[in-house]
Design a protein. Structure first.
Length: 251
């Protein structure tokens, strides 16, 4: 049957709306800690200090900053993007957007996470903001000063035709503004990871690309050590494949 002009029944919906699908909270890992992220409240700021000492007031809680976790930035997600503009797993010196991760706290209970995160004190120096494409092109405030521009990619026309519109009865020149979009699945980006007795790391992830997610995790480990790691990524039911679930970048 052709889908054109016909109603297509979604076969995956019942398991989601009745709660019979496997969600992140349904995966029980023995002795797992729960991660809660501390995020920048400013769109552009220099991080001058982070005090995590008060996190110890919560039994079993631990806190880590970018200085504690020596992870390289993730590889550039798309070909053609400026390689000198990587996104770190945890921001260390500069936060470049509101909501960027600046620290992570681990707690034995998920509900303790927000309380522990509130005990992290982040000292920042506010920097000039780049709020739209026009101000970004102006270059008065640079997110990556060493690069010298806010332009992250250029795709020039290799064969421009200066006479393309010659002979047209009407030529309209205008500017179109697209609204901001965000993927909002029923279950947001969730991951559960557990070390097995055989030394294998198993991760349950809300992802549409389990193999690429596994490979990105392995790259992160192997950059820090000489041994070969073994990992398995299991993708759970998560409905349609929004682009937000297509790579293993920070949440």
């Amino acid at each position: 049957m052709s889908i054109l002009g016909n109603r297509v029944t979604r076969s995956e919906d019942p398991r989601f709306i009745t709660g019979t699908a496997t969600f992140g909270d349904d995966v029980k890992a023995q002795g797992a800690m729960h991660a809660t992220f501390v995020r920048s409240i400013l769109p552009h700021a220099r991080i001058t200090g982070i005090d995590t000492s008060a996190v110890s007031e919560i039994p079993g809680a631990r806190a880590f900053t970018g200085a504690d976790i020596a992870l390289d930035p993730l590889p550039i997600a798309m070909p053609g993007l400026e390689e000198q503009m990587p996104r770190p797993v945890i921001a260390r010196e500069v936060a470049r957007f509101a909501g960027e991760i600046v620290a992570v706290v681990l707690t034995e209970d998920r509900l303790q996470g927000p309380d522990a995160a509130e005990r992290v004190i982040v000292d920042v120096e506010e920097l000039p903001v780049v709020a739209d494409a026009h101000s970004a092109l102006a270059g008065e405030a640079l997110l990556f000063p060493d690069v010298g521009t806010n332009v992250c990619a250029r795709f020039p026309n290799e064969s421009p035709d200066d006479a393309l519109f010659d002979g047209c009865d009407v030529v309209v020149t205008t500017t179109f503004t697209s609204q901001r979009l965000a993927s909002c699945p029923m279950e947001c980006r969730v991951a559960v990871a557990e070390w097995g007795e055989d030394g294998r790391l198993t991760q349950w992830a809300t992802t549409q690309t389990p193999h690429a997610t596994r490979d990105d995790i392995l790259r992160g480990f192997e950059r820090q050590a000489t041994k070969r790691w073994n990992a398995l990524c299991r993708a759970r039911w998560h409905g349609p494949g929004p682009s937000a679930s297509g790579q293993a970048d920070p949440p």
